[in-house]
Ligand binder design. Structure first.
Ligand SMILES: Nc1ncnc2c1ncn2[C@@H]1O[C@H](COP(=O)(O)OP(=O)(O)OP(=O)(O)O)[C@@H](O)[C@H]1O
Ligand SMILES: [Mg+2]
Length: 338
């Protein structure tokens, strides 16, 4: 059995060969702080955030695309993999995506977290490559293809050709930064204390980077910063746009940097084919247009962009056989086997 794994800062997704995506849960682990015993993982643990007693902590153990708390990630992966691997007799091979620019130590941490489950082998592959594959783009030909994967804790952009990365950039900025800005704004402007999950809901409901002026309203619920009592504020989409714009522009700049540094022949291809956006943040309204306006290049959002990485990892499974047979193929997109 072969499995694909996307360990994201906000969500973990699993894919089984020939079946497709079989699991999509929050990358959260809740544990007893005295005994370190895991209480819940995934969506069940996410529901506990901000509601735990002192004895329990619910945390996102992957920060900005890299493992911040290895023991928690190991337990989380183990429990989630157990959900989908009913038979322990066959040790699976795993293809896992990693952000660009990670260190050897960070790569090792991913491999160790997965290996603890008892797997035959782990193959790593860069996020941007699998995002493009999952979005249905051909990355193997002698042709430039541009992808920008916009997630919760990371954003990356790359120009791919012949199964490799011709130019790329990775920043530790994503949807989480926008949520943090919303939390700070509510406190500063309205003395309303809210948690990140509420800020994320607000962003998804009325977040819009476009110039349209039809104002939408969202009721943000929280606690009064002074009195401490529950309170709500109705915020408008125009306010949220101002609050999240700086983060959006940081991502736009990253995309522009990749285009500016790429070989001219490949840039010609990009001008013709456009840029494809993947990752959950690609669903933020107006983002594609903002990128198009700032680069002068057409921008398309992949179908179900949050699933592109896991679908691409699933597709990359078929390259394992080539690697294992030691076939001489210099354009195999898989990076390394552990
Ligand atoms: N409809 C939407 N509108 C705006 N933002 C959205 C929407 N849906 C998801 N998001 C945002 O997309 C982000 C999650 O994207 P994704 O699932 O690709 O991240 P991830 O893979 O967990 O993180 P990373 O790849 O950065 O480690 C979150 O910030 C989430 O709030
Ligand atoms: Mg991701």
């Amino acid at each position: 059995m072969d499995i694909a794994l996307d360990l994201g800062s906000s969500r973990t997704r699993l894919f089984i060969d020939k079946k497709g995506k079989v699991l999509d849960e929050a990358s959260v682990a809740a544990y007893n702080v005295m005994t370190n015993r895991i209480i819940a993982v995934g969506d069940e643990a996410y529901a506990m955030i901000g509601k735990t007693p002192d004895s329990i902590s619910a945390e996102f153990p992957i920060e900005n695309g890299v493992i911040a708390q290895s023991a928690l990630v190991e337990d989380m992966v183990h429990i989630l993999m157990k959900h989908i691997c009913t038979s322990k007799i066959v040790m699976p091979r795993v293809v896992a995506s990693i952000p660009g620019d990670v260190t050897e130590v960070e790569k090792r941490a991913v491999v160790n977290a997965i290996s603890a489950f008892g797997v035959r082998r782990v193959y790593l592959i860069e996020n941007t490559k699998v995002a493009a594959m999952g979005a249905g783009l051909d990355i193997m030909g002698p042709h430039g293809t541009m992808i920008a994967n916009l997630g919760a804790g990371t954003s990356s952009a790359a120009i791919l050709s012949l199964g490799g990365i011709a130019e790329s950039k990775f920043i530790k900025t994503g949807g989480n930064n926008m949520d943090d800005e919303i939390v700070k704004y509510m406190k500063r402007e309205y003395s309303l204390v809210i948690g990140e999950p509420m800020a994320e809901k607000c962003k998804a409901a009325i977040g819009d980077l476009s110039e349209e002026d039809d104002e939408e309203v969202f009721r943000v619920k929280g606690r009064d910063a002074i009195g401490g009592l529950p309170r709500f504020v109705d915020v408008k989409s125009g306010e949220i746009k101002k609050v999240i714009m700086d983060t959006a522009m940081e991502i736009v700049t990253m995309i522009k940097d990749v285009i500016e540094n790429a070989p001219p022949e490949l840039v010609g291809d990009i001008y013709e084919d456009g840029i494809t956006l993947t990752g959950g943040l690609a669903k933020l309204r107006g983002f594609a247009k903002l990128i198009a306006d700032n680069t002068g290049i057409r921008v398309t959002v992949a179908k179900d962009p949050e699933d592109s990485v896991i679908l691409g990892c699933g597709e990359a499974i078929r390259y394992i056989t080539e690697v294992e047979k030691n076939k001489k193929n210099d354009i195999n997109p898989l990076m390394a086997a552990y």
